[in-house]
Write a protein that binds this ligand. Sequence first.
Ligand code: NAD
Length: 476
Amino acid sequence: MKMLINGEWRDSISGRIFPVHNPATGDLVGEAPLGGEDDVVSAIEAAGEAFSDWAAKSPRDRSKILFFAAAEVRRRNTDLAALLTAEQGKPIREAVDEINGFANILEYYHGLSAVPQGEFANLKGYGRATVERRPLGICGAIIPWNMPAIIMGWKIGAALAAGNTMVLKPARTAPLTCLRLAEILGEAGLPPGVLNVVTGPGETVGREIARNPSIRKVSFTGEVETGRQVALDAAPAMKRLTLELGGSDPMIVCADADIGAAIEGVVRGRFYNCGQVCTAVKRLYVDESIADEFVRRLTARVEGIVVGNGMDRGVGMGPLNNRAGLERVASVVDAARERDEGEIVAGGRAPEGEEYKRGLFFLPTLVAGVPHDSVLFSEEVFGPVLPVAAVSGLDEALTLANNSRYGLGASVWTHDANVIARATEELDAGIVWVNQHLKIPPEVPFGGTKGSGIGRENGSRALDEYSEEKAVLVRL
Ligand code: NAD
């Protein structure tokens, strides 16, 4: 595929390309242009030219395009999901969910943006006051490879609905679905230049988006260290920033929890997308009175997860997306094994067999009895590995849960109203779930506290993050 600039499909200025491989088979899925700084500059020019017409459109006209695009994305879900699985690795039913999730976001902002934004009042002594919301201008979006469609939706839904234009950079190992989704937006009527997609490396394409002063806001999702670099690069131009960074979500299972439901919650919460989700369950704290039974039943359930090519029927978990990620996961498990930090009760290695040889597979892994100071708890492990520890009660669980440099999500599993009240109050995270984990509907704001980032996406106030207020005082 080519990159999208000003409504045209273009090669990179250098003429270079990079391959995209299927992480389950190693096969070539496609190619994308290896963009550089010059390509970003050209996309910025296109976004700048498109801005005034797009901003001048009525919110209703803008939102209609999002609505038509969402309908077309739903209609083409099967093909889009197959492409997503091929380049990213996730099981096909998760890809189908993700494509629908992208459509959900566009539909949500279609509904919201048709409602006029702004306020007015007669301020006695000052005159008539209006507060308008105006788009920021050209926005930049930098996204990772784990959930490319959903995260693209988080970035473009509010930004385009609010009247901005955009330059978006997908990740190197999963750019193709993003390009297809951008193509569908164009077919639905998005004018040339409103959304430009530049493929290529973070060090060139990503950095130019962060640095270029014509871009007024950057929304970045990825690792903490990259986010810090983006913030430094964006600072001289005083850009607005949204940083959606890492997470190490705790899940607390209380003594009265429905154990069966909690086990399913762990399986989905940790092993969905092969554990490569920012809000995956990354630390499991189980009340000591049920810990042995819980770990025994969870181990049996985890050992039953079928690992394989995401396109194959019955597969519950696909490969990791890229070799660096696989190597990081394997090395953190090896480190825990060498230091004797807990007992690996499931997985802990790559699966054996001819069908796994060419792919980036790792078995779903459970490590029980992990000491609280283990690296498995302190670092974000971005793959299918779950450390478990028994806790002596809610006090200890909450202390451990909050003892992290991250604060993205957290969940508590109980039916005790007092425990729910206390846990939802005290857990330091951007989103707290009770008796569930992982679901992020477009209606609720999403983002983290502490090292998990700055700002929020989703929800009605995301429109505020992509616009600024202008006060006008009129005295006649
Ligand atoms: P990453 O930081 O390596 O890359 C993210 C994007 O940034 C990619 O497009 C990459 O090319 C680009 N990039 C790399 N260096 C850059 C630079 N110097 N300047 C600008 N852009 C640059 O992250 P990843 O490995 O793709 O994703 C995994 C991480 O993302 C995990 O830490 C995960 O928790 C996090 N994540 C967070 C959320 C959230 O909403 N909080 C959601 C998904 C993933």
